[in-house]
Design a protein around this ligand. Structure first.
Ligand SMILES: O=P(O)(O)OC[C@H]1O[C@H](O[C@H]2O[C@H](CO)[C@@H](O)[C@H](O)[C@H]2O)[C@H](O)[C@@H](O)[C@@H]1O
Length: 267
């Protein structure tokens, strides 16, 4: 790992913030969003890393409580913060806080079944996220074609209810504007007075976090959890690893390098 920011983290782990996306990064992608679960080795590796660095933060489009529920063991990661709903929501020490959901979400969600019926799309599923609503096409007969077909009508529906469309891996999410993973990460780095940063993501919604790593002026590394499905992130990353298996291996390597460096410094 001959990346200057990683060397900075190893030299000064007490200044390092490790930011991670959830789906596709810590949890393998599966057809049904309710079946997603964290990689079995991830909580242990994150617990080790959490005891070495300034902070571990998960920044996800999921509700924060869902990431915790689908990530058994995460609650044991020292000092873990989960920023859910792209940063609108914060979970820390077992407590979640968030502003109330805007009424547009409920109205848009209520209009969706009829809209989907009119469009005649098959196999599309709706995920009620309380503060947002996601329309999934992964289980449709033609997932990509169906996603393309839905783009314009969902953009109109979102605009009619003062929402924005967040595109992702076989999903179009209608959510409130005014927050993204970049802004969320930026605020967190300032709050913790970070001296270096890593962010690991797999999807389009992670691009603002990559931009925040660059804009921070800190030694920073943007890591792509690679997949054949999304290629845009790899092009903007400093390092590409092979999905959640590769992410866990990278984090374990980082934890080991920090521990070895601290041990040799102590000798
Ligand atoms: O920010 P993230 O943690 O990456 O969350 C983004 C979306 O992830 C989930 O959908 C994705 O994962 C599902 C389970 O593997 C998969 O079935 C789906 O195709 C993916 O798009 C989640 O369901 C969404 O609500 C999140 O916004």
């Amino acid at each position: 790992m001959n990346i200057p920011a990683i060397h900075a983290m190893v030299r000064d782990p007490g200044g390092a913030v490790i930011g991670l996306d959830f789906d596709g990064t810590l949890a393998p992608i599966v057809p049904d969003p309710d079946d997603a679960r964290i990689h079995p080795a991830a909580p242990g590796v994150l617990a080790e890393l959490g005891s070495l660095v300034k902070a571990v933060v998960i920044v996800t489009g999921r509700p924060a409580a869902t990431a915790i529920r689908y990530g058994p063991g995460l609650e044991k990661v020292p000092g873990l913060v989960v920023l859910g709903h792209y940063g609108f929501e914060r979970w820390e020490g077992g407590r979640a806080s968030a502003p109330p959901p805007p009424p547009g979400v409920l109205h848009a969600e209520a209009a969706l079944p009829l809209l989907l019926q009119r469009l005649g799309v098959e196999g599309v599923t709706i995920e009620d996220k309380q503060r947002a609503v996601a329309v999934h096409t992964r289980r449709a007969p033609d997932p990509q074609g169906t996603l393309e077909r839905l783009r314009e009508p969902l953009a109109k529906l979102a605009a009619a209810h003062s929402l924005v469309v967040e595109p992702g891996r076989m999903v179009l999410e209608l959510r409130p504007p005014g927050m993204d993973k970049g802004y969320a990460l930026d605020l967190f780095l300032a709050e913790r007075a970070a001296r270096s940063v890593m962010f690991v993501g797999d999807d389009l919604g992670d691009l603002p976090a990559f931009a925040a790593v660059r804009a921070s002026g800190l030694p920073g590394v943007a890591v792509c959890s690679g997949s054949a499905e999304v290629t845009e992130l790899a092009a903007r990353a400093d390092l590409v690893v092979d999905g959640p298996d590769g992410v866990v291996a990278l984090l374990a390597e980082l934890a080991a390098a920090i521990s070895d460096s601290s041990a040799s410094g102590a000798r």
